[in-house]
Ligand binder design. Structure first.
Ligand SMILES: Nc1ncnc2c1ncn2[C@@H]1O[C@H](C[S@+](CC[C@H]([NH3+])C(=O)[O-])CC(=O)[O-])[C@@H](O)[C@H]1O
Ligand SMILES: O=C(O)C(=O)Cc1ccccc1
Length: 243
């Protein structure tokens, strides 16, 4: 399949609408995320590695906010079929529709349960590996504590949550510098200043980054015993929290 280039914000727009995961975004999503999130491919590869290490039999392996199922594919490739049931969830109908085609193309339609659902409202079965790979950042702030608490409660002892997020820095100068580096990354990946600035307006009220300290504190409060940063690049990071 040829990947479609993301040119959604290339033309000057009169009005910038709130960013949403609609058909237009879905069509260019693999290109968009690769060119926008530093280290994205590494997070996907290591989710496979971590799933292989922490998956327990008779549990679910959750990919929450799965988009096109990249993390699910990585987990499926590295975990034996008897080590947990793969469950991939997203609330965007357009994402789910395309993810279903992609999973079928990989022969994984019977191995992966694909669900269209709001992860902040769903019930969790016992789990050993849960993944929120750049998803929590889109959940309303007031719903985040309860979601993480319900996930922690559903996680078996020794199980993990992989939490990847765009982060904010308390210190304004640090925040500005890290954002500037992120924009430099995007410019080097072929986005123009106009694209960068229009996309920034579109995601402003939709993607709400929190500080690393806020994430760590929430995870500890929910009952995760160990919380470790395993990856960081500019204002993007990924944590492993062990129950
Ligand atoms: N409340 C919600 N419930 C379910 N899904 C949601 C919700 N809010 C947003 N989403 C979904 O979360 C995904 C975020 S993208 C994740 C990348 C993927 N994890 C990947 O590893 O490729 C990250 C990004 O685009 O920066 C989208 O598919 C949304 O529809
Ligand atoms: O593009 C950006 O500036 C981001 O912060 C990441 C992103 C990636 C894909 C959808 C929305 C935000």
């Amino acid at each position: 399949m040829t990947e479609q280039r993301d040119d959604i914000y290339a033309q000057q727009r009169e009005r910038i609408e709130r960013f949403s995961f609609d058909e237009r975004v879905v069509r260019v999503f693999p290109d968009m995320i690769k060119r926008s999130v530093p280290g994205y491919a590494t997070t996907i590869d290591m989710i496979g590695v971590l799933a292989a290490r922490y998956a327990q039999p008779d549990t679910c392996l959750y990919d929450l906010g799965c988009s096109l199922g990249a993390a699910t594919l990585a987990m499926a490739a590295l975990t034996p079929t008897d080590k947990g049931t793969l469950v991939a969830v997203d609330n965007s109908p357009a994402m789910i529709e395309k993810a279903r085609d992609l999973l079928r193309g990989q022969g994984l339609q019977d191995r992966v349960l694909l669900r269209q659902s709001d992860v902040a409202r769903m019930d969790f079965e016992p789990t050993s590996v849960a993944v929120l790979n750049f998803t929590l950042q889109f959940i309303p702030l007031e719903q985040r504590d309860a979601l993480i608490q319900r996930l922690a409660d559903a996680t078996r002892e020794g199980g993990i949550l992989v939490l990847s997020e765009k982060i904010r820095f308390e210190d304004a100068a640090e925040n500005a510098l890290q954002s500037e580096w992120h924009h430099a990354f995007k410019r080097n990946n072929g986005y123009s200043d106009l694209e960068i600035s229009q996309k920034r307006s579109a995601i402003e009220e939709v993607l709400l980054p929190e500080t690393l300290a806020v994430h760590e504190e929430r995870l500890r409060r929910a009952g995760y015993r160990e919380v470790r940063v395993w990856f960081r690049c500019f204002n993007f990071m990924s944590l492993v929290a062990v129950r």
